[in-house]
Design a protein around this ligand. Structure first.
Ligand SMILES: Cc1cc2nc3c(=O)[nH]c(=O)nc-3n(C[C@H](O)[C@H](O)[C@H](O)COP(=O)(O)OP(=O)(O)OC[C@H]3O[C@@H](n4cnc5c(N)ncnc54)[C@H](O)[C@@H]3O)c2cc1C
Length: 447
């Protein structure tokens, strides 16, 4: 059954690629190898918020405990909103039930994901440069920057928004600038007044015109991982960006210029950033997004193909619900985790012993694309709207946390496992009139 015997190459060892490796191991795919361009597995940036929908998947792999050891615990709300200038409480979105959202340092999450993947399934320093189908060898030939090569039957591109695998699939489009730059850094609770420290034990969104400062209470005291991740979204023209990379360092003063008349808690955040980053520099990133893509894969034979997951195909702007678009959610990593799980289940349990990778990958795309397109689209529209001036007097009419929460439920309460299972069962029913359900029964539905 399925493609469990096939040699699978995963390109990219970020959160998406490493989550796929956990899915593959959990599902029973063994002939899988991940190739990462960097010399070691690292994640840059502040913390990340992993929500219920993705935590259900990660808990299925048995990662919950390790993750919780280094995550925030029982945050009192999903997000609290504050007025940027006065600091006034504007409302909050309550949590979506168990498992709750977890705010964790990116490097710690990568570490949790890395632990269960045996070393022999991973290679670093392998930047993919060329990918070709070889009729003679009946496999893909992958060539890396260090001039080494390898072969694979199936290639999975998890190499981020500027994906090399995507280029090899023939896509000519470029990522689109969202209109916003994001400043990212950390603040220690010790560098804040008691009142602000207490406030920032919650996820807080200081909402300003065309800008917002998001604070994530990362980690916890028990594992000594507790600190505040600062993610500040500021509308800026791209013309001011001189770096060749889309991720660089910038003076904290640049962020301060945006927020110098904001509330006292934000001034404390700026002072805290200065203490925590003595060189006066924090990460600054240009925020890009891609329009939804029509086809996520290509096949060269009934058993050989290339498929994209994660930011390489369904990147989304990292907004977590603002006044203008209630469906805005920071979901890129969560979507990559969901997609990795869905893909490994389909590859392992596809109800055909005679290949038909084309149908398997199409089924995977049919499960994932409507959901990721909806998230990408709402985030992209929101990014555009966020770049417009919304008169402050309209905020009160457009900002309704209860409505926001209701409209985010489809993201959080989605039953991925059930969806995969029902699609596999209907495929098996299509295939065999005397259906016995063996393939689909292999899908473990654990919530
Ligand atoms: C400011 C910000 C905040 C965010 N907050 C959240 C959040 O709270 N929650 C959430 O769910 N998501 C969030 N996201 C989105 C999330 O970070 C991304 O969606 C997620 O990290 C994508 O993972 P990925 O593995 O697909 O890609 P990436 O993380 O980009 O990883 C790609 C990997 O591939 C490697 N690579 C690249 N090219 C090659 C090559 N040619 N050969 C080999 N390897 C290669 C790279 O080195 C890298 O390790 C946020 C994003 C931003 C920018």
């Amino acid at each position: 059954m399925g493609f469990s015997e096939k040699k699978i190459a995963v390109i990219g060892g970020g959160l998406g690629g490493m989550a796929f490796m956990n899915s593959a191991i959990h599902t029973g795919l063994r002939n899988v190898h991940l190739y990462e361009a960097a010399a070691e597995f690292t994640e840059v940036g502040a913390g990340v918020n992993i929500t219920k929908n993705a935590n259900r998947v990660l808990d299925t792999f048995g990662l919950g405990e390790d993750m919780l050891w280094r995550s925030s615990r029982n945050p009192p709300s999903y997000m609290e909103y504050r007025h940027y200038r006065t600091g006034e409480y504007l409302g909050q979105i309550d949590e979506f039930g168990d498992p709750k959202s977890r705010q964790i340092h990116r490097a710690h999450l990568l570490d949790v994901l890395r632990k269960k993947v045996p070393d022999e399934m991973l290679s670093t320093g392998k930047k993919l440069e060329a990918l070709e189908w070889s009729v003679e060898q009946n496999s893909y030939i992958l060539t890396f920057k260090d001039k080494t090569t390898t072969t694979a039957d199936i290639v999975i591109g998890c190499d981020g928004i500027k994906s090399a695998v995507r280029k090899h699939l023939g896509f000519k489009d470029s990522p689109i600038y969202s209109g916003q730059m994001v400043y990212r850094g950390y603040v220690s609770y010790d560098d804040l007044t008691a009142e602000t420290a207490e406030l920032l034990h919650k996820t807080v969104n200081f909402r300003g015109p065309q800008r917002h400062v998001l604070t994530l209470p990362i980690g916890n005291d028990e594992s000594k991982t507790s600190r505040i991740g600062i993610i500040a979204f500021m509308t800026e023209p791209l013309e001011g960006w001189t770096s060749e990379s889309w991720l660089d360092k910038a003076p904290i003063d640049d962020l301060y210029e945006h927020v110098k008349d904001w509330t006292g808690a934000v001034q404390e955040i700026i002072a805290g950033l200065r203490k925590g980053h003595p060189d006066g520099l924090i990460l600054k990133q240009t925020l890009y997004v891609r329009e939804p893509t029509e086809k996520w894969f290509r096949t060269d034979t009934a058993e050989n193909g290339i498929i994209l997951i994660g930011d390489s195909v369904h990147s989304t702007l990292p907004h977590q619900g603002m006044e203008t678009d209630p469906q805005k959610t920071g979901q890129g990593a969560c979507m990559a985790i969901e997609s990795g799980f869905a893909l490994s289940q389909i590859l392992q349990h596809w109800p055909s012993s005679s290949g038909d990778l084309q149908s398997a990958l199409q089924c995977f795309q049919d499960i994932r694309k409507p959901r990721t397109d909806k998230i990408t689209k709402t985030s992209y529209e929101a990014g555009k709207i966020a770049s417009c001036a919304i008169p402050e007097e309209m905020w009160i009419d457009t900002f309704k946390p209860d409505v926001i929460r209701d409209r985010m439920k489809w993201v959080m309460e989605y039953d991925l496992l059930g969806d995969i299972r029902s699609k596999l069962i209907s495929k098996e029913q299509e295939r065999s009139e005397s259906y016995d359900g063996d393939g689909a029964k292999g899908v473990e539905v654990r919530a």
